[in-house]
Write a protein that binds this ligand. Sequence first.
Ligand code: SF4
Length: 224
Amino acid sequence: MIKIDALQALYSFYDDFTDRLDFSCGPGCSTCCSVNVSITSLEAAYLRRHSVLSDTRLQERINAANRRPHFIPTLTTNRIAHHCRHRQEPPEEKGMHAPGPCPLLDPNGLCRVYENRPFSCRAMSSIQKCQADGEAVMPPFLMTINLALYQLIEHLDVEGTSGNMLDMLAGDGRNRISNTPFPGFLITDREKPPFQRFLNTIKIYAVNSGHLADFFPLQTFHLN
Ligand code: SF4
């Protein structure tokens, strides 16, 4: 089973799912394209498949941005979910967001790696034009779905690491944290019926000659 194909399937599934929703985001809208994007090592590998990343000038821009302040996560989504599911307060995130645009943004405000962009970028959307401070407005159930996808993507890469996209692409191995196995979803009782319907759809999504369900523990797609 090739995990990168499963990652691509999760992206496609999510893009199909969100295509049906009415967002205010559009080409050239790049308020959320900052130096604070977190990704997994599998996503970094998928990103590197984009031909533009073999451009040495672009790599130099990434390295330069990497030398400036940027958010360095100390917790992964599944690590936080593990604490929440055990009714424990997760440790405080020590990383601080920093100002500055993503170096993968082109002068027209378009993403140079759009087809291969990581989940953090796909999940950032708003049903209203973002305000000056960049605050997005998202339907609550979409936030639940996004959190679930972050968890699945991290589990898919459970032997890998996570970190800021700049650190993951800079290649010196610094500032990376180990991924954590899927500990269960974080959903309310009210969300269970629609969320189970969502899981029923995602688990049968095709990956090569199999399905997404083949890449996760059996119990992942069945709520208790
Ligand atoms: S990778 Fe693309 S979508 Fe993501 S923050 Fe950078 S420019 Fe924006």
